[in-house]
Design a protein around this ligand. Structure first.
Ligand code: FBP
Length: 265
């Protein structure tokens, strides 16, 4: 296990990963409301905000855009990912090796595991290869731990999310990225199940500032390390304002009201 507090993935022991792999995972629909958000430069610019500890992108976006930002932004390369055009049981193609992610300048890597999918066995075997290669490069591993699949009717249940957090510990991830399970207590359970693996909340689809900040606050109060968020930042007209608010909640122990005023409302 890598002590992530000493890596660029953390600032003062907390994590705010700005996720931008949606062009692959969801496609153009995610950029429809804010057309400028299709330009990766806009997200890289947002990632220069001091609250952001890393930007998470796929290999192609890293190759094309990271060289212009390498002095100002820390890079997490997502090693697998699948388009929304795929209609099969949840699975994720391994698109990048750890060696190549390191060559691109990544200081950490990300990997999705769909526990419960009919493809769980292969995904976990692929994760094994990536995790062991990452250890050789001394790169922290963030597991996007999203239990789902046709046999799982309760993917959003607190107990399933806690199981996802536990999978991350058992399989050797340094950070477990899990969906918000709906309450502080349920997030405490996920944090407890993850043991020494750090838990970060996955942002989810865009919601109001207040609802979003409340879920982030619950995560921090539950012992979570922070957040890996995409749409709730770059689908906003002004990503800087929500990042100001997130900085207050995650790094300055502010409450939601205080954070909302930090964001200027
Ligand atoms: P969001 O904060 O926008 O939810 O992004 C987090 C993330 O894990 C992305 O990295 C990924 O593209 C997306 O969610 C996958 O979401 P899902 O598979 O649940 O549709």
């Amino acid at each position: 296990m890598i002590p992530i507090d000493d890596t660029p993935l953390c600032r003062d022991g907390k994590v705010l990963i700005l996720a931008y792999d949606h062009g692959l995972e969801h496609g153009p629909v995610d950029f429809a409301d804010v057309p400028e958000s299709a330009d990766p430069e806009r997200t890289f610019e947002a990632a220069t905000h001091p609250a952001v500890t890393s930007v998470a992108v796929q290999k192609g976006v890293a190759e094309a855009y990271y060289p212009s930002y390498e002095d100002d932004v820390d890079l997490l390369v997502k090693l697998n990912g699948t388009s929304n055009l795929w209609r099969g049981e949840p699975d994720s193609a391994v698109n990048c090796t750890v060696d190549y992610a390191a060559e691109l300048g990544a200081s950490s890597v990300g990997f999705t595991v769909y526990g419960g999918s009919n493809h769980e066995i292969e995904m976990v075997e692929e994760f094994r290869d990536a995790q062991e290669a990452a250890r050789r490069h001394d790169l922290p591993v963030v597991m996007w731990s999203y239990p789902r699949g046709q046999g799982l009717r309760n993917a959003g249940d607190a107990s399933t999310i806690a199981y996802g957090a536990r999978l991350a510990l058992e399989l050797g991830a340094d950070v477990a990225k899990v969906k918000h399970p709906g309450s502080r207590e349920a997030m405490e359970d996920a944090v407890r199940m993850a043991g020494r693996t750090k838990v970060v909340m996955s942002g989810g689809s865009k919601t109001t500032d207040r609802q979003f900040l409340e879920s982030v606050k619950q995560t921090i109060d539950a012992g979570g390390k922070g957040l890996a968020v995409g749409r709730n930042v770059w689908q906003r007209e002004n990503p800087t304002r929500i990042l100001d608010a997130l900085e207050a909640v995650i790094f300055e122990e502010a409450g939601v009201e205080e954070a909302l005023s930090a964001a200027g409302r």
